[in-house]
Each structure stands twice: as C-alpha cells, then as structure tokens.
Design a protein around this ligand. Structure first.
Ligand code: BV8
Ligand code: ZN
Length: 281
C-alpha cells in the first residue's frame, strides 16, 4: 500500500493540527505544575509520591503549620530542596525553554518551586513563579522587616546532628537551630506562597501586564497540573476568554485540567518529558 495514503491515527491528526496552530501563534501562555518535574524524580502533590513521611503536603504548606511546628515545616522544605538539588532538568524543561527562546511571546506561569526550568536555560523574563521558590527564604515579619535572601545559606546554619550529604535517607535528624533573620532575629521562613496567602504582588502585576499586552491569546498550554489551586488555575479561563485554544498535557486522561475542553482544543496523554519535545518542536 502506498504510505502517502496511510490513514493518520487521531494522535497524528491532533499533532498536525496543533503544529499548524503553534507555528501561527505569537501570544502563548503556559501553566505548568508538578507533573513537569515528575520525570526528574520530584514527587507531585497528588501522585502516590505526593506524600512526605505520610503527611499530605497541603497540610504542611500553610502558615498555621509553620506557626505550630516550624521545625517540621523546615524539614519538609529542606527535604524538597535536597531532592531538587540532586534532580536534573528533564526533556520537558528543555523543550519549554527552547520554545521560549524561539517565541518571545511565550510566558510560563509555574506553580513549581524548584529551579529545574532555570537550570534548563529557560529565559528568566519568560517564567513567573506563582508560588515562590525553594531557594528563597524570608523573614516571618514581612510587614516590618521584609528581609529575604536566595540560596541555601540557612542550610549551613541548620547544622544537623549528623551529615546527610550522602544519598538522602529520611527521616533526617532534627535541626539543632532554625534559621533566623540577620535583620531582626525573628525566624526565617521558606520563600514560598502557602495556602491562604496571596501571590506576590509583582507576580500578579506581571501576569496582568502580559494579558493586557495582547489583544488576543493564541494558545494556552496546561502541562502536568491538576489545575485545582487558585488563582493559578483561574488563568486558564482568563486565556480562554481572550480567545486562546487550550492544549493539555497530562498522564491522567480523566483529569480536572482537561475539564471543559472544546472541540478545537487538544489533549495529549502521557509524560510531559516524552510529549513536549515533539509537541513544541
Ligand atoms: C490565595 C507552594 C487568597 C508551596 C502551593 C479554603 C481555605 C483557604 C484557601 C482556599 C480555600 N478554598 C480555595 C482556596 C484558595 C486556595 C486554593 O486554591 N485551594 C485549593 C486546594 C482549592 N489558594 C490559595 O490559598 C492561594 N492563595 O487564594 O490567597 C488571598 C488573597 C489576598 C490576601 C490573602 C489571601 C495560594 C495557593 C498556593 C499554595 N502553594 N505551592 C509548596 O509547593 O509547598 S500550591 C501547590 O499545589 C503547587 O504550587 C500547585 O499549585 C498545587 C499542586 O498542583 P500541581 O502542581 O498541579 O500538582 P498535582 O500533584 O496536584 O498534579 C500533578 C498533575 O500532573 C496531575 O494532574 C498528574 O496527573 C500530572 N502528572 C503527573 N506526572 C506527570 C503528569 N503530567 C505530565 N507528565 C508527567 N510525568
Ligand atoms: Zn527580620
């Protein structure tokens, strides 16, 4: 049989129609979540790997948890820092970074607090971390003090009762001291946005400016996220109201993130690290 007339399966038809749209798209916005770093070995919130020492992460990512047990919450974030430091960016991070370099109108809204996108060369001005960063710390008194710093400085301050530099073994030993603010001596906290906390003003402003700057949004990518946390997930609808067609990449077919997909939207099922290199080429 002549291969030229081989009938394309639906996946290939979808891929063709997506590529046709991508090449003609200028304003593109991506919402990415824990699924983008899953192939790098970082656990997601919902996945089976999403539990840490049998805690539901969402119960630790709150100001209340930090107020009642700052040592446990610091252990949680220190563990995730340790994992992120050992992890390598995967092909999804690289594909998104490469597409961003090719398309200056592509903005990524990241719900992730790891730095794998940056380490994959994602242009800094084309990614916004909606929920902060593992590698930021700030004073608990953001009103009167406002001290903040990036890097792993406090890890040296939080000397362990034994060295954990080898392969990660948990539970790790308790910290002897918790990091304190060099400005006002109060506790330092992880520089992340917890449940019930507002997103950073400059991030909200950056997103508003981006949407205001484009008359129409051509495409929204929703990659590796359960799209249940707001206001992050709300930007999917903002993009749709500005004309965007939606493309969901998720291992899980029946997922909230592909709720309300229209006829001319796309859903590609599978690992973002496998799908994105082909999808965004
Ligand atoms: C706010 C940082 C208002 C910390 C995070 C009741 C009480 C209090 C608040 C609320 C409430 N009801 C609603 C709210 C608002 C709340 C909210 O939305 N709650 C949800 C649970 C309903 N939101 C907030 O509180 C936000 N703030 O509203 O402030 C305000 C305003 C002004 C003044 C004062 C207050 C702040 C929310 C931010 C919380 N911080 N992270 C940390 O990381 O520890 S949220 C955290 O969870 C992530 O950042 C992310 O947003 C979310 C997890 O979602 P995902 O990243 O999507 O991960 P998940 O595991 O869920 O999904 C992974 C997906 O990938 C799955 O679909 C899976 O199938 C797929 N997948 C897996 N592997 C792969 C894959 N896909 C592709 N390839 C793979 N290999
Ligand atoms: Zn301080």
């Amino acid at each position: 049989s002549c291969s030229a007339f081989r009938t394309l399966d639906s996946e290939e038809v979808n891929l063709h129609s997506f590529h046709d749209h991508l090449v003609n798209s200028a304003s593109i916005i991506a919402l990415v979540g824990a699924g983008l770093s899953a192939a790098s070995g970082l656990s997601t919130f919902q996945g089976i790997g999403g539990l840490w020492r049998s805690y539901d992460p969402t119960t630790l990512a709150t100001p209340e948890a930090f107020a009642s047990n700052p040592e446990l919450v610091w252990q949680f974030y220190s563990h995730r820092r340790h994992c992120a430091t050992l992890a390598q960016p995967n092909l999804a991070h690289h594909a998104l970074a490469e597409a961003s370099r090719r398309k200056p109108g592509l903005l990524t809204l990241s719900q992730k607090i790891d730095d794998l996108s940056e380490r994959a060369g994602h242009p800094q001005e084309q990614i916004l971390h909606l929920h902060g960063s593992l590698f930021q710390s700030r004073c608990v008194d953001s009103q009167n003090c406002g001290y903040s710093r990036s890097g792993m400085a406090e890890s040296s301050q939080m000397q362990r009762t034994r060295d954990i530099s080898g392969p990660y073994t948990s539970p790790d030993p308790p910290f002897q001291t918790l990091p304190t603010c060099p400005n006002c001596t109060r506790l330092l906290r992880p520089g992340v946005v917890w449940f019930g906390e507002p997103l950073p003003r400059e991030v909200l402003a950056g997103i508003r400016n981006w949407f205001d700057s484009c008359a129409k949004v051509d495409l929204m990518l929703v990659i590796g996220t359960s799209a249940q946390v707001y206001p992050a997930a709300g930007y999917i609808n903002v993009a749709r109201l500005k004309g965007a067609r939606i493309c969901v990449v998720n291992t899980n077919r029946d997922h909230e993130s592909n709720e309300g997909l229209h006829e001319d939207d796309w859903f590609f099922q599978g690992d973002a690290a496998v799908i994105l290199p082909t999808l965004l080429q």
